[in-house]
Design a protein around this ligand. Structure first.
Ligand SMILES: NC(=O)c1ccc[n+]([C@@H]2O[C@H](COP(=O)([O-])OP(=O)(O)OC[C@H]3O[C@@H](n4cnc5c(N)ncnc54)[C@H](OP(=O)(O)O)[C@@H]3O)[C@@H](O)[C@H]2O)c1
Length: 252
């Protein structure tokens, strides 16, 4: 039997997901990508023998349970889960936010984390443990205008990390969360180009403005998240932490 380490990556077609999927494959991991829409499209462009694709609907309980059942037919055990599904989805003043929008943001960010995390943990419990990495956000720690729902949803993910760690320790399941600040994903690069053109300034000037929000004075590249993901996928001693990868933005 191969001794390859298998990692489930949800939303492998997202901005962070594409970089992470390639990074894991390049570094000898096997990837089971669980996703829909852009994730299916993206994974179909890759040809690695160490890659599997499972289609799923992240906020539908039956779909997620079935996705993990399908994963169990592909490999005997997983070593890790990286749950990337999420996004702020809406920008609305606290005075205008309606319950349907609020619930949607909670569902995509928090409910999906619970479903993927729970199913991964059940499997890891049967197979001797593993490492779970959730994605939170600095917006879950410090508010951002118009992002009430997203802040609440990510704060819930940060808190969920603690319960997973508390209850998972007995099964050798280590759960931690990465809380990034603004990440320079492809979507953000496209938005920056549009913003620069609209304002009649250069892309470098927009980057400078964005960088001025943190002490290190730059913008976080997607690739710069990879070290922390690997650390949390392999650690045997970091448990229940939400680690800000934010260029010192929070609390300094
Ligand atoms: N990018 C940033 O600046 C930043 C900053 C802090 C935290 N984060 C967090 O880091 C994680 C990855 O970020 P990212 O920039 O890579 O995210 P992204 O590309 O915007 O989205 C990730 C994936 O989430 C799924 N998704 C998004 N909206 C959805 C919806 N309404 N219903 C169902 N699924 C939906 C999609 O999966 P499919 O493609 O499979 O449909 C999408 O590819 C997210 O949890 C995000 O909140 C990002």
């Amino acid at each position: 039997m191969s001794n390859i380490k298998w990692i489930i990556v949800t939303a492998p077609g997202g901005g962070v997901g594409q970089i992470l999927t390639n990074y894991l494959l390049d570094n000898g991991y096997g990837v089971i990508g669980m996703g829909r829409d852009s994730s299916i499209k993206f994974l179909k462009t890759l040809t690695s023998p160490n890659l599997h694709l499972i289609e799923c609907d992240y906020t539908n309980e039956k779909s997620m349970v079935d996705a993990f059942k399908q994963a169990k037919t592909l490999v005997d055990k997983i070593d890790g889960l990286v749950h990337l599904v999420g996004g702020s989805l809406i920008t609305k003043s606290f005075l205008d936010i309606d319950l349907d929008s609020f619930n949607e943001v909670i569902s995509v960010n928090t409910n999906s984390t619970l479903l993927a995390g729970r199913e991964a943990a059940k499997w890891m419990k049967e197979t001797g443990g593993g490492n779970i990495v959730f994605f939170g956000s600095t917006t879950g720690i410090e508010p951002s205008k118009g992002k009430l729902a997203y802040g609440v949803a990510k704060a819930a993910v940060h808190n969920m990390t603690l319960s997973f760690a508390l209850e998972g320790s007995q099964y050798n399941i280590l759960t931690n969360t990465i809380a990034p600040s603004y990440v320079l994903t492809q979507r953000h690069i496209d938005e920056i180009e549009i913003k620069a053109e609209k304002k009649g300034i250069t892309v470098d000037e927009v980057m400078k403005q964005l960088g001025s929000k943190n002490p290190l004075g730059k913008v976080l590249e997607t690739e710069e998240l990879m070290d922390t993901v690997i650390l949390l996928l392999t650690t045997k001693v970091i448990q229940g932490q939400t680690i800000n990868v934010d260029l010192g933005q929070i609390g300094i």
